[in-house]
Design a protein around this ligand. Structure first.
Ligand code: M6R
Length: 369
């Protein structure tokens, strides 16, 4: 039931705040992480020295996003690999490897095969899943469910923000068990996460109409590029995937630092480029670098659409459109920056008269390899 919304995707984007809030609910108390599903597994988490995150599509971008927080908080090296690539090489894994799988459906065959393969190789497995009782969690040593609620639209939206949230909780849990973060730092991280739902709601209230309107003006666009750095990089990839999937427009995401290494050759007058701008308060240096990337593409005629925090005036001289997100710590920015990109993809596909819930050639759950 679409509950009065024009599509399941519109409904599910509107549910992004709850998806985060429900995934957090009941999993912390007084600044301490308390994940009931992970009770009794302290030895498992104490005994690992490597984490490999496996997933496909949007779930893999949630993994790429969480890698930064996971490494920062736990000081365990984290790799992120597409499940189908991981499965068909000869990865070095063993009892001190933790393989974390991420899957909304819990039925993605590529991810399931990767988890089975990891277990056969002696690795420990945790799955992040949105569907109770699905196959992948049954194959894993532990499960952390995302509580995003059923996701019907083929394009994954609310599950993505819930996956990042669950991965952050898992990383905080692991750092708590291993003592790699102070109690204060863990309590601060939980506070930041708890503030996210209201901030997403703010974006939906303040920016949705504006984004849908300019997405409508862009209905004839043939290609859109997305740039981001650090945690903004996987968000750029996610923005591009969503656009390809439902609007059938060529889209690519790049790490902003790669521009000079090739992609800048694509820039010609009128080329739309989304840029995820990191907060200048959180990292002045990274902010400066991204602004200079913007200047470079602008000088070549790009039409620049920035996603930037409220009050960041440095982007104004070079931006054709500014999409504002509320202030948040650097690791939490992706949970906000992705929201305008979800709205944009949906707005553009709708303007083209396409079925946003059922894009051509795609299935919600890919149960074949
Ligand atoms: O159910 P899963 O999370 O395992 O699905 C993984 C991908 O197939 C999925 O995220 C896909 O990329 C989405 N359609 C993206 O919007």
């Amino acid at each position: 039931d679409k509950g009065g919304w024009s599509s399941f995707m519109a409904k599910e984007v509107s549910e992004e705040p709850e998806a985060v809030a429900n995934t957090l609910r009941g999993r912390s108390h007084d600044g301490v992480v308390t994940i009931p599903e992970l009770e009794g597994l302290d030895d498992l988490f104490a005994g690992i020295n490597r984490v490999i995150i496996v997933a496909c599509g949007t779930a893999s971008y949630a993994g790429m996003t969480a890698k930064y927080a996971f490494e920062q908080w736990t000081r365990i090296p984290v790799e992120v690999e597409l499940a189908h690539e991981f499965r068909y090489r000869d990865p070095v894994i063993g009892p001190s490897t933790l393989v974390v799988s991420i899957s909304q459906s819990g039925e993605t065959m590529d991810t399931l095969m990767a988890v089975k393969f990891a277990r056969e190789g002696g690795a420990k497995t945790v799955s992040i899943c949105n569907t109770q009782g699905a196959t992948i969690p049954r194959e894993s040593d532990a499960i952390v469910y995302t509580h995003a609620g059923p996701e019907v639209a083929v394009a994954s939206t609310k599950a993505f923000v819930a996956q990042i949230t669950a991965l952050y909780l898992l990383a905080l849990h692991v750092s708590q068990v291993r003592g790699s973060q102070s109690k204060l730092a863990i309590a601060d991280a939980l506070r930041e996460l708890e503030a996210i739902p209201a901030k997403i709601s703010q974006i939906l209230e303040r920016e949705q109409a504006h984004i849908e309107q300019f997405a409508g003006w862009m209905a004839d666009t043939r290609s859109v590029l997305f740039l981001g750095r650090h945690v903004g990089y996987p968000i750029a990839l996610e923005g591009a995937l969503k656009l390809k999937e439902i609007s059938y427009i060529h889209a690519e995401g790049f790490a902003a630092g790669e521009l000079k290494h090739g992609p800048i050759a694509l820039i010609e007058p009128g080329q739309p480029v989304f840029v995820i701008v990191p907060s200048p308060r959180e990292s002045a240096e990274m902010h400066k670098k991204v602004v200079s990337s913007i200047q470079e593409i602008r000088a070549r005629g790009a039409r620049v659409i920035v996603v930037a925090e409220e009050g960041d005036a440095a982007v104004l001289p070079y931006a054709d459109e500014v999409l504002r997100i509320p202030l948040a710590g650097r690791l939490y920015e992706p949970l906000l920056a992705v929201v305008p990109l979800h709205i944009f993809a949906m707005g553009l596909a709708t303007a083209k008269g396409l079925d946003v819930d059922q894009p051509r050639n795609l299935a919600k759950s890919v149960t074949v390899e």
